[in-house]
Design a protein around this ligand. Structure first.
Ligand code: SR1
Length: 360
């Protein structure tokens, strides 16, 4: 069940109440609870009884990555008979805190925190833990030994895309860099970029830009257009988030720079694959996981915590490098087709157990 900001505001609006009434009426008509929470035979308690509620609290929800992440989480929750309550992210730290509080009040067994600002979350997460609620975090470092941390190995991801940039362009080039500080995955990727520049004195960062203002890709495109005009010597753009790469690519397209620039990114979606494959596209490679698999891993990690079963503190979903050549040679147009060539895009063995169905 998705819980929107409108539905979560205190006091609620008539529209929100209407939506709830409709959901309840629909559930009553189908004879099912509002969200299915079935029992799972052979599973440890409480999954053998069903009715386990888990909250997924997002800081960001817009864009292909986060939509696929949520879809993967929902699919894994369904397979586990979990009643997953999804709180939409609006890049609002106060709202995310409030949503965690609401999940606590709802009596969930676990909370998955997807991104956010650590300083605004640590105390409310501690309140959840104090009440016996399990917490796992994806891409936000809550610095709490009781909170397992899920990530895509941002170090590997950045190393892969920078390695490809050197392979294609040599060890000396003028670069543009797209970055916004304060997001754990972007900060971890940035640490690799900083040491890469130190080790490659021939690589010059000529311009830096970036924003997470919605719509992110269009906002980044506006900045990129100005950067390309001011620094016509830029040949390589390092854009380690697909919304950034989409923006950098849009601006390159509009300025007819497709054959002059090469863009290296993180993340992948079916729309990204089409953009990378497009004739004359400047976007040539990306290092990525399947975000649906990461969403599934997050739910499995929360389930293992609830069942009291062993789980590493750091749970990593390994990224894979995908180049335009890979896509064209293998006639890949979608994430599903990508999974046939690269098994890592189908599933991950992170946070698994014999009783957990894994099927992405
Ligand atoms: C604003 S942070 C964006 C990143 O979060 C996830 O880790 C995705 O990989 C995306 O690049």
């Amino acid at each position: 069940m998705k819980i929107s900001a409108q539905m979560t505001k205190r006091g609620g609006t008539r529209r929100a109440l209407g939506a709830i009434a409709l959901a309840v009426a629909a559930a009553a008509m189908s004879g099912l609870p509002a969200a299915q929470a079935a029992s799972l035979q052979g599973a440890p308690a409480p999954f053998n009884k069903g009715g386990v509620k888990i909250a997924l609290v997002n800081y960001l929800s817009e864009g292909d990555f986060f939509q696929a992440y949520e879809a993967g989480a929902q699919k894994q929750a369904k397979a586990l008979g979990i009643d997953l309550r999804i709180y939409e992210g609006r890049q609002d730290a106060a709202e995310e805190r409030d949503q965690i509080q609401q999940a606590i009040n709802l009596g969930v067994a676990a909370i998955i925190v997807n991104h956010g600002l650590p300083e605004s979350l640590k105390d409310v997460v501690q309140q959840a833990l104090d009440k016996g609620i399990k917490v796992v975090a994806f891409d936000v470092d809550l610095a709490n030994p009781k909170v397992p941390q899920i990530e895509q190995s941002d170090r590997d991801l950045a190393t892969l895309l920078l390695g490809q940039a050197v392979k294609d362009n040599g060890a000396a080039f003028s670069a543009g860099y797209v970055y916004v500080a304060g997001f754990a995955p972007l900060d971890r990727r940035d640490a690799v970029w900083q040491s890469f520049k130190h080790d490659h004195p021939g690589v010059q960062e000529k311009a830096r830009w970036g924003t997470v203002d919605n719509p992110i890709a269009q906002s980044v495109a506006n900045q990129a257009a100005a950067a390309y005009r001011a620094h016509p010597d830029i040949r390589v753009v390092i854009a380690p988030y697909d919304e950034f790469a989409r923006g950098a690519n849009l601006a390159a397209d509009e300025a007819n720079l497709g054959s002059k620039l090469r863009i290296y990114s993180a993340d992948i979606s079916t729309a990204d694959i089409e953009a990378i494959r497009a004739p004359n596209s400047a976007w040539v490679a990306t290092a990525a996981t399947n975000p649906a698999v990461v969403g599934a891993v997050s739910v499995r990690a929360a389930a293992l915590e609830v069942a009291g079963q062993p789980l590493d503190h750091r749970i990593v979903v390994k990224p894979t490098l995908v180049t335009r050549d890979d896509l064209v040679k293998n006639d890949i147009h979608t994430i599903a087709e990508l999974g046939t060539k690269f098994p890592a895009f189908r599933s991950s063995d992170a946070a698994t157990a014999a009783w957990i169905p894994v099927d992405q």
